[in-house]
Ligand binder design. Structure first.
Ligand SMILES: [Zn+2]
Length: 519
């Protein structure tokens, strides 16, 4: 491979005259020995600011109980006496089977404390934290207020907020709250940390799946002041669900705002490319919408009524925007495909995020309609799916993460990590996609529907060119073709499923410039 002016000028045999010509011109040469060069990775679905912020939160991932969590937070409070607030991450409901509330954290430290669930669909605050959120976000602390559309506040026996926020109450209250109380300098610092962490594991591209003004503002400022280093960001603007009394115009206004930014920001390194709509929740919280009820008897509706999705998607399409729909349950997936089929088309490369429980029929429709299957194999790790058989029954588990059917149907696959909800390192993602085994618990023998495994080639392509294609970045990056940007990684990896887990990214290159070197 010959790199010139940041682009790939030649790929082929050493005996080609182009190689001799480059030598004659004094090109620097590099023999990478037995290592491998792959296109650098592009995370097809992640959360930039949250990732950056999470890098500094207290990790609770290996806690087993409420006592472990309390101990870890107590230690963090001791170690950081200057912090205004304390943040934790990685709490799983299974660690606290009897449920949680603010009072369980109150004796640890007087400062506000916020703990994210590992899936980011719940946040648990202490009483000081709950009061601060209510204050800043103008909520009624006594809790007479109703739940937000698409989410809930957990409450005590008297109906008062108990400190736990769920689903849209997290996305629309906690996330903006955290972004708001963080200064713009702190947000820029978080974004810088996220970019650095991503370069250090082989990424040169990020697709942000929940962009809003609190993230966009520091991102653009950072970019204008010092550039984004070795990273390009494509963003999907998050649509907020309707309040009871607001009409469709409130939705259109959000689409128009995204469209305006998309016209304004078109440069390769920092673009608004579309909108994101979170159509349902997740299986573990029984908030993903299914065609048959959960075994608990619950049968939640999707977050957005279908009659709102139609005009919303049409408005976005007419404005030249891409549409990304979060759909996890089979009922929501079916609706999402119907809505995309009717209101946009393959020329816009529409996409569905997650696709965790698709019917065979819907799996086949993705490719026919030019819909990208945006998948996060790290969410298919058997170690985090233990509640599914109980919630869904074994028969429905047979439909979990039907990646191979998406590929066989001709859909573009874009692989992502959904960081910080899951580990962001790319090679483990490929390992799970191809082996369907656990990265979190390597000794675990469970295999999740092996018939849906991707080949190594499909997985690598999905994590590079597929993600680039999903947001129209394939014009300049995603593979090692002449004329593309010289974005690549040097890896020590065996390209077979079992070997991927041991793979190491040694170097990351962006436009012919090295942006990471492993020590
Ligand atoms: Zn996400």
């Amino acid at each position: 491979m010959i790199v010139r002016n940041g682009e790939i000028a030649f790929v082929g045999s050493l005996s080609d005259p182009a190689v001799q010509a480059a030598r004659d011109q004094g090109a620097a040469e590099r023999d990478i020995g037995g290592l491998k060069i792959l296109p650098s990775f592009i995370d097809g679905h992640m959360h930039l600011l949250l990732l950056g912020q999470s890098l500094t939160k207290v990790a609770l991932d290996d806690c087993k109980s409420l006592e472990d969590i309390r101990e870890r937070m107590r230690e963090a409070a001791r170690n950081d006496p200057g912090a205004k607030r304390l943040y934790g991450r990685g709490w799983m409901h299974s660690m606290t089977p009897d449920g949680v509330d603010a009072s369980m954290l109150d004796d640890i430290d007087p400062r506000p404390m916020y703990i994210d669930a590992k899936d980011l669909h719940s946040t648990w605050a202490n009483t000081a934290g709950l009061k601060e959120v209510c204050d800043v976000m103008d909520l009624d602390f006594e809790g007479s207020m109703p739940d937000p559309p698409g989410g809930s506040f957990s409450r005590d026996a008297q109906g008062r907020l108990n400190g736990v926020f769920n689903e849209s109450a997290v996305f629309e209250i906690i996330w903006p709250f955290v972004a708001r109380v963080a200064s713009i300098e702190e947000r820029k610092e978080s974004i810088r940390a996220a970019i650095e962490a991503f370069n250090a594991c082989g990424y040169t591209g990020m697709v942000d799946m929940a962009m809003d003004d609190t993230i966009w503002e520091p991102l653009v400022e950072l970019r204008n002041q010092e550039g984004l280093g070795g990273m390009r960001v494509a963003a999907y603007w998050l649509m907020k669900p309707l309040k009871e009394d607001s009409g469709i115009d409130a939705v259109f206004a959000q689409v128009d705002h995204a469209a305006k930014l998309a016209r304004e920001f078109k440069d390769q390194d920092c673009r608004v490319v579309g909108i994101k709509v979170i159509c349902d929740g997740i299986i573990d919280a029984c908030t993903a919408s299914l065609t048959e009820p959960y075994s608990t008897g619950i049968n939640p509706d999707p977050i957005w009524p279908e009659e709102v999705l139609h005009p919303l998607v049409k408005r976005a399409h007419d404005a030249g925007l891409q549409v990304a729909l979060h759909a996890i349950g089979d009922r929501t997936i079916n609706t999402a495909i119907n809505v995309l089929e009717k209101n946009t088309d393959a020329s816009r490369r529409p996409r569905i995020e997650h696709l965790e429980l698709a019917s065979a029929n819907d799996a086949a429709r993705l490719g026919q309609l030019g819909i990208t299957a945006s998948i996060q194999p790290v969410h298919a790790d058997p170690a985090i799916l233990r509640a599914w058989p109980r919630l869904l029954g074994e028969h429905r588990c047979k439909r979990r993460f039907a990646y191979r059917e998406f590929a066989d149907g001709g859909a573009n696959l874009a692989l992502g990590s959904d960081a910080p909800t899951a580990p962001h390192v790319p090679l483990p993602n490929l390992y799970i996609a191809t082996t369907r085994k656990s990265y979190r618990e390597p000794a675990c023998e469970e295999v999740v529907n092996p018939e849906f495994a991707l080949t190594v080639c499909q997985a690598v392509a999905g994590a590079t060119l597929g993600s680039a294609y999903s947001c129209f970045a394939d014009q300049w990056t995603g593979d090692l073709r002449v004329g593309k940007k010289a974005d690549f990684v040097v890896c020590d990896v065996e390209l077979e499923p079992e070997g991927l887990i041991r793979g190491v990214v040694k170097e990351t290159w962006f436009e012919g410039r090295q942006v990471f070197q492993k020590e």
